[in-house]
Design a protein around this ligand. Structure first.
Ligand code: ACM
Length: 279
């Protein structure tokens, strides 16, 4: 099975041009699963509710979902891609999964990052894993990685591969995904973007590139550069993600002791302190 990502620099607000550019770039791929970045066709740094309203789409009726569904059908290809979703009066930072039969499902980002909180609602779908013809595919979006519960939940739900559309600006994710993958024994395909957006005075954002495919043993199988557009694909064996044995007497899932982790499902607010990171 071949999986991959497309890393590039979308132009903010030029949604249909960006969709056309991506469709043209990935047209020749022979991947079975391709992951695109978070907000892959709109750009990231929204500065008003009007912009969010103008660029968000209903899922699956909207143009972007329809265009990706059509390509998926034509090429027998699964695609995971991030886009702003309009649902009634609310907006979500969402990602869709499409496949050979068209639209499959949507995930709405659970952990919103920085100024996403000004315009988007926290996701209400919960984490989901889809049982597809190429394996069990789960989705998390960018900052979700920072919360180990995200990948743990997806792994416990049976994900072989975690598709991870991203617009990373902090530097920590590429070095942290090996631990996330190793502790859950799953593959991850992190599709980040490149370039900069400085649409808001005082908050320029530089996206760090370095999209990568990480294996269940924590090795980084392939990684893009910080600044270059890249379409990278690789053969993987999803069966490796189904073996959770650590030693002949240890199993990652069977050895869990949820009764010892009861506080994890409770929220205990500590004093919030000053931020370690500036977005
Ligand atoms: C992020 O969640 N876009 C950093």
């Amino acid at each position: 099975m071949k999986v991959g990502f497309y890393q590039y620099n979308p132009v903010f607000g030029k949604k249909e041009e960006n969709v056309r550019r991506v469709l043209s770039a990935i047209r020749e791929t022979d991947a079975d699963l391709l992951v695109l970045p978070e907000f892959f066709a709109t750009g990231y740094q929204f500065v008003s509710r009007e912009e969010v309203t103008g660029l968000s789409e209903k899922i699956p009726e909207g143009h972007t979902t329809q265009a990706l569904s059509a390509l998926s059908k034509k090429k027998n290809l699964h695609i995971v891609a991030g886009l702003p979703e309009k649902a009634g009066e609310l907006f979500y930072n969402s990602a869709i999964l499409t496949g050979p039969d068209g639209f499959i499902g949507v995930y709405r980002k659970t952990h919103l990052f920085f100024e996403e909180k000004l315009f988007f609602s926290p996701g209400d779908t919960g984490f989901q894993v889809w049982d597809t013809s190429i394996g069990h595919i789960g989705i998390m979006i960018c900052f979700d990685w920072y919360f180990p519960e995200s990948m743990r939940t997806l792994a416990l739900m049976g994900a072989d591969i975690v598709a991870h559309p991203s617009n990373l600006v902090l530097p920590h994710c590429p070095n942290s995904m090996p631990v996330r993958c190793r502790e859950n024994r799953v593959y991850a395909v992190t599709a980040n973007r490149i370039g900069e957006e400085a649409r808001k005075e005082g908050t320029p954002l530089r996206f760090i590139g370095l999209s990568q495919i990480t294996a269940p043993d924590g090795s980084i199988l392939v990684q893009a550069l910080e600044d270059d557009e890249a379409l990278l694909t690789l053969d993987i064996d999803p069966a490796l993600a189904r073996n959770k044995a650590v030693t002949s007497l240890n199993n990652l899932f069977e050895d869990r002791r949820p009764e010892m982790y009861r506080t994890i499902s409770k929220t205990r607010l500590q004093n919030s302190g000053s931020p370690e990171e500036s977005g």
